[in-house]
Write a protein that binds this ligand. Structure first.
Ligand SMILES: [Zn+2]
Length: 450
């Protein structure tokens, strides 16, 4: 007697494991885990009583791992498009950071999380950038992720350059950690907004916490950051983080655009995961991460959508496609990165960048049942010659039919199952207005430069 399971059938099951593809295959889910993966005919004859989802035209992939984002930006999209990163910090992040509250974190995460789930994201690795407030802010993120049933690896992106005290920052870290401990789907990391935005005292505390919990940090996004740290310390930010011991714990480093050979070797040696964010790198004119060179060194490079204020969509399929296109146009080489490479980065390599590849990131028995089903009846997927190219180049959010997180459907027939999107949209509007007003974001100069 076995438990009744769910058979998710696809004309193509792309496993991000071995074999990489099963034609007319299926994934069997029992409870929160993947029980079996194999040919449809075989699994159906073994489990004739299972519920069935999908058909011989669907495509099944592992859930996508969004390695970098900021739920703190969910309420200010479509603003301040004409800035490079440091100007954008001044214009957008510094004014908003002191004005977040728990409700904004909660509703903003619901708003961005709905968009993520609809594009196949099953895990969001996030850094909430704000200043500590009277009441903890970031537990609102965990509450929203639990309600959406979206997995989280969440961090509070701490900085004490805007007058926040170290003790208030540590309290916010603790509040977020405790919220994660009470959550089934979220886990905690120490967030470091930017090396140069932390005092020596705070960074020391960050390193201490990161040894146990791991960290999430921005590194080498723009040249100015590298130059500023090098002129202050004599080391690049990556060298400085290694020197001060941050990489003793698991680290996910966002961007790594301006990395010389020594920086790259350090990332590889310390198994630092890299979160590549092609859309925000293009919007902010930051540069191009040397993805193929890092991967050749063995560095795990995942893909991120980055924050809603610098992307502005929370669309993993857009980020996956642009990850390929950006390398090609940068190197003027059509083989610079392939659809298979990008799908690997969005799944098992993203999981490895977060050191979670033992638990998730591929379709294998015993792993968490996080998977995406693409709708084979969509005109965009009517004729499949190469399913990897079909997913990366042809599919958009419209083709995402169903998304399972820990064995339960968070998206069914293209709709999120656990919250009402209309209700979230309505609740977000007064909060977005309040945040924009408090931060002075409505000034004409931010909407478009003259
Ligand atoms: Zn970021």
């Amino acid at each position: 007697m076995t438990d009744r399971g769910i058979l998710v059938r696809g004309g193509y099951v792309l496993t991000s494991s071995t074999p990489e593809m099963i034609e007319d295959g299926a994934v069997r889910i029992v409870g929160e885990l993947i029980d079996a993966v194999g040919p449809w005919a075989d699994l159906r004859s073994r489990f004739p009583d299972d519920e069935v989802r999908g058909d011989r035209h669907s495509i099944i992939t592992p859930g996508f791992i969004n390695t970098h984002g900021h739920f703190s930006e969910a309420l200010f999209t479509g603003i301040a498009e004409d800035f490079t990163l440091w100007e954008w910090f001044e214009a957008v992040i510094n004014p908003t950071a002191p004005n977040h509250d728990y409700d904004m974190a909660y509703v903003g995460t619901l708003l961005a999380g709905i968009q993520m789930l609809r594009t196949g994201i099953t895990l969001a690795s996030d850094m909430f950038v704000c200043d500590p407030a009277d009441q903890p802010v970031t537990p609102g993120v965990v509450r929203a992720l639990d309600e959406l049933r979206l997995r989280g690896v969440v961090a509070f992106g701490a900085a004490d350059r805007r007058d926040a005290t170290v003790s208030a920052i540590l309290e916010e870290h603790t509040a977020l950690r405790e919220a994660c401990e009470a959550s089934h789907l979220s886990r905690f990391r120490v967030g470091i907004a930017l090396l140069g935005a932390q005092s020596e005292e705070l960074f020391e505390q960050s390193v201490r916490l990161a040894t146990d919990h791991g960290s999430h940090i921005h590194l080498h996004e723009v040249r100015e950051e590298v130059t500023a740290v090098r002129s202050a310390t004599g080391r690049s930010p990556i060298e400085q983080c290694a020197y001060l011991g941050l990489f003793t714990g698991p680290t996910i480093a966002a961007h790594c655009v301006w990395v010389d050979q020594n920086d790259r070797d350090i990332l590889a040696e310390h198994e630092v995961g890299v979160a590549h964010n092609p859309v925000s790198n293009m919007i902010l004119a930051s540069g191009v991460c040397p993805v193929p060179a890092l991967r050749r060194l063995g560095v795990a490079v995942g893909i991120g959508v980055d924050g809603p204020a610098s992307n502005d969509r929370q669309d993993m399929l857009e980020a996956i496609k642009l990850a390929v296109l950006l390398q090609r146009v940068d190197r003027l080489q059509a083989t610079a990165l392939s659809a298979r490479d990008a799908l690997t980065m969005a799944t098992i390599e993203g999981a490895r960048s977060l050191r979670l590849d033992d638990e998730l990131g591929s379709l294998e028995p015993g792993k968490q049942a996080d998977l995406v089903m693409f709708d084979g009846t969509s005109p965009a997927l009517a004729n499949i010659h190469d399913p990897f190219q079909a997913v990366v180049y042809c599919a958009g959010p419209r083709e995402v039919s169903d998304v399972w997180v820990a064995g339960s459907r968070s998206v069914a027939n293209g709709r999120v199952t656990n919250v009402d999107p209309l209700d979230v949209v309505e609740r977000s509007r007064p909060l977005a207005t309040k945040l924009a007003r408090k931060a002075g974001l409505n000034e004409h100069s931010l909407l478009a430069r003259p």
